[in-house]
Design a protein around this ligand. Structure first.
Ligand code: MTE
Ligand code: HPA
Ligand code: MOS
Length: 772
């Protein structure tokens, strides 16, 4: 920290989120807060009430008769290509032309003078269709012979069949893992302003402004240079706004150009939940062979996912599930297959962890199976199978694990959480407590950092220094609450050696940085921090050259330090120096760029180095269940998480805490439930339960592994933090599992499916009690 004492807000110090005060006082501007120009129209989606059907026609007579309705937008109004798929051509229409693919699918939009009029009028359309049979989940889809939405992936190493034949022990099982709604506070929203000629400007809440720009251009049939997409901030994205905003941007832009008026579209919460994609639920079949000590010898896993009706991001999501099906464990022989199944449900999408959590939980289930089969503490089975250094370190995708810190990290958490003693105490407690039962689990996480689509691992930034010495920072990343802008501004402040407050953080716009990637894969700071640093370095190089020539000193005698510039014996305030540089006609603006080194990936071969590095963490949770009702609570959680050399410990801790709770919600109370007609019945907070503040662990000790440093040359040796701690929530799930197992004296692996709602816990208790 010594090198940073000179300025306020440097990297590795606790700087509040730049918008923290605005967030809590309601002064932060979101898309919905933008002042509307005179004559703004409002659009609302009309949706299907059938899961799969031939679309015959839509009668809009009653809709158009409503006073205030200006018109409707259907597939026929798409001037360009009726397709907004982020990955496949002609895979996802704005509105369908002949087939309805899921219950709640947007079929048209009503455009009216007010949002309320549009919303009510949308109900009046008469949709004529001929129902077809539907398949809602991956197993039904397989039975119905449905296709994959995208090519499956296979990862293989060693000889699974041979290893299985000779192995002394083999366990086969199936695990169902539910999906998850993003439940961002701010829902989807887009606001389009028509301009002259082809032009349109769209303000919206997307993690991926460049993609929204390209989609709007594609749909309007205009070049990308006619479209500007702006995002100041999102009220949460969590992956749900990586691709799903494309629809809303397209509808707003089509309507804005059609009527040459500004158009805003904002679904209500129920429509947001039914019409946009969620986390993929999975059905995982595993076959694990192990020796008598509990060492894994072979793993064969098949990962079938409910992808919904179109591909969207299901390819990279199901790929990432396979990339994480090892979690922290070495599989000497392994074969993993993905089955990205088409289903008649909303098209599932990115969600924090991006398929990784579904892979990790399969690995943890196999560990549990082995622990119950061998009668050992699951933590011992975990440690026995950790990736080693030098040998036993090759992943199923042939990347070497060379940076594992799990031995130390898990060892420390085991000590500080007093895991061993508490486990003994809990086993003793369970012997005497008839109704309440406890469980404890300590689970590790290893998460690969980089987009597996290698070309996504690039970023740009634009930095201006104005001649009063104030600094304007822009980069291609988007702010969704994670604190990206704060961290990047810290990096810029340090590089110029000025206080953080001198840096103006500005909205993300496709006009300043082109061809950006989604702010996703936890890589926002890694990529944009480096790009911004690159821009600053270019400006500084020019400034150093100017100073050394003008003052007649060596370049190394020009030093930026603590809001000043030292030039030989002279010391100038930063702004005075900048004014002189301006008068001497030095260019004070630069575009920066960065691309992640070392990574490569051959999907056809299933080999490469898709990840630049890994982030690690571990958590230990203790729960109590009530065996009469299935209700439970989390008594205590201890977390030790690796963020390398933290750029901002207070923000990183916030990410770890939030991710843990979101992961816990996914595995406990958040249940998506479709009825037989394919209607999502859990489409509002009344029926879909995210954790409340009161559901948090009663004792919650969260620590960053402050001794960790990224071995790779990342920004200030930090590590990505957005997604990896999501999987810390798995310790709650495994602790619940132990509490359940206690009713049958831990003889049997309870095979809980996720989410382990109180009902599922109760049914598992019941099942185990009957089997004894
Ligand atoms: N934190 C907040 N507060 N809100 C969010 O929407 N999204 C998560 C994570 N943390 C999210 C968040 C997801 S899914 C990702 S990929 C990362 O933030 C993205 O930001 P980063 O790459 O800058 O970490
Ligand atoms: N993670 C998150 N989002 C993505 C990825 C990924 O690996 N690839 C494409 N979009
Ligand atoms: Mo995060 S799921 O990569 O947006």
């Amino acid at each position: 920290m010594k090198d940073n004492v000179s300025i306020i807000g440097a990297p590795h110090t606790n700087v509040n989120h730049d918008s923290a005060v605005k967030h809590v006082t309601g002064r932060a501007d979101y898309t919905d807060d933008i002042a509307l120009p005179e004559g703004t129209l409002h659009a609302y989606l009309g949706v299907s009430d059938v899961a799969h059907a031939k679309l015959i026609g839509i009668d809009f007579a009653d809709v158009l008769a409503v006073p205030g309705v200006v018109g409707v937008i259907t597939a026929n109004d798409v001037p360009g290509v009726n397709d907004i798929s982020p990955t496949h051509l002609n895979d996802e229409p704005v509105f369908p032309t002949d087939t309805i693919q899921f219950h709640g699918q947007p079929l048209f939009a009503v455009v009216a003078e007010t949002r309320d009029i549009a919303r009510r009028a949308a109900e009046l359309a008469k949709i004529e269709y001929k129902a077809l049979s539907h398949a809602l989940d991956p197993i039904a889809a397989q039975e119905a012979g449905y296709p994959h939405v995208t090519a499956p992936l296979k990862l293989e190493r060693g000889n699974v069949d041979a290893a299985q034949e000779t192995a002394p022990n083999r366990i086969k099982g199936r695990m169902r893992v539910g999906g998850q709604d993003h439940m961002y506070l701010e829902g989807h929203i887009a606001f389009a302003l028509p301009g002259e000629d082809d032009d349109v400007v769209v303000h919206c809440s997307t993690q991926h402004p460049s993609e929204a720009q390209h989609m709007v251009a594609h749909v309007l049939g205009v070049p990308s240079n006619a479209v500007v997409v702006n995002v100041r901030r999102m009220g949460g994205g969590f992956g749900g706004k990586e691709s799903q905003m494309n629809l809303f941007c397209a509808v707003a832009a089509i309507a804005a150009k059609k009527w040459n008026r500004a158009v805003k579209i904002r679904p209500d919460r129920d429509q947001d939940m039914t019409a946009t994609g969620k986390r993929h639920d999975f059905v995982i079949d595993y076959d694990v062979a192990h020796d008598d000590d509990g060492r894994i010898q072979a793993v064969d896993g098949c990962f079938a996912a409910r992808c919904g009706y179109s591909a969207d991001l299901s390819g990279p999501v199901t790929d990432r599930a396979l990339f994480h099906a090892d979690n922290a464990y070495f599989y000497p022989n392994v074969r993993l297959n993905s089955r990205p199944m088409k289903t008649n449900t909303v098209s599932n999408t990115a969600f924090r962890g991006f398929g990784g959590p579904q892979g990790v939980i399969a690995a943890e289930r196999m560990i549990e199976e082995i622990a119950y089969a061998t009668g050992k503490d699951p933590l011992d089975i975990r440690k026995l199978n950790f990736y080693g250094s030098g040998e036993r370190n090759i992943t199923p995708y042939h990347q070497k694990v060379e940076d594992s810190i799990l031995d130390r990290l898990v060892g420390e958490l085991e000590e500080t959480s007093q895991y061993r003693q508490r486990r003994q105490d809990i086993i003793a407690f369970n012997k005497t407590s008839a109704i309440l039962k406890k469980g404890i689990a300590l689970t590790p996480v290893k998460f690969g950092i980089s987009f597996t689509a290698t070309w996504y691992n690039q970023a740009g930034a634009l930095v201006h220094v104005y001649n009063d010495g104030s600094i304007h920072l822009n980069h291609g990343g988007t702010e969704m609450g994670q604190g990206l802008n704060t961290k990047v501004a810290q990096v810029v402040a340090e590089a110029f050696q000025v206080d953080f407050s001198r840096i103006k953080i500005t909205k993300t716009t496709t006009e300043k940085v082109p061809n950006t990637s989604a702010t996703a894969a936890s890589s926002g700071t890694d990529l944009n921090g480096m790009a911004a640093l690159n821009a600053v370095e270019q400006i500084k190089e020019r400034l150093v050259k100017f100073a050394s020539e003008t003052w007649g000193v060596a370049p190394n005698e020009v030093v930026f330090l603590a809001n000043q510039v030292h030039i030989g014996q002279d010391v100038l305030p930063f702004e005075a120096f900048i004014k002189q540089a301006y008068l001497a006609r030095v260019q004070l603006s630069a575009a920066g760029f960065y691309k992640t080194p070392k990574i490569h990936w051959d999907r056809a071969k299933g080999q490469g180095r898709p990840f630049y590095y890994y982030a690690y963490g571990a958590s230990c949770s203790e729960v109590t269940i009530d065996t009469l009702t299935g209700e439970y609570r989390v008594e205590r959680t201890d977390v030790l998480h690796d963020v390398g050399r933290s750029l901002n410990p207070v923000l990183d801790k916030g990410q770890v805490e939030g991710a843990f709770l979101q992961g816990m919600g996914w595995l406990t109370t958040e249940e998506l439930w479709w009825d037989d007609a394919g209607r999502l019945r859990t489409h509002a907070p009344s029926t879909y339960k995210i954790p409340l503040a009161s559901d948090r662990p009663r004792i919650f000790n969260v620590k960053l592994a402050d001794w960790s440093e990224n071995r790779e040359l990342t920004i200030k040796r930090s590590k990505a933090v957005g997604e990896p701690p999501f999987m810390l929530g798995i310790s709650v799930f495994e602790a619940l599992s132990m509490a359940v197992a206690s009713v049958a004296d831990y003889r049997e692996c309870p095979r809980l499916d996720a989410p382990a709602t109180p009902e599922r816990v109760l049914m598992a208790v019941d099942r185990l009690q009957k089997s004894t």
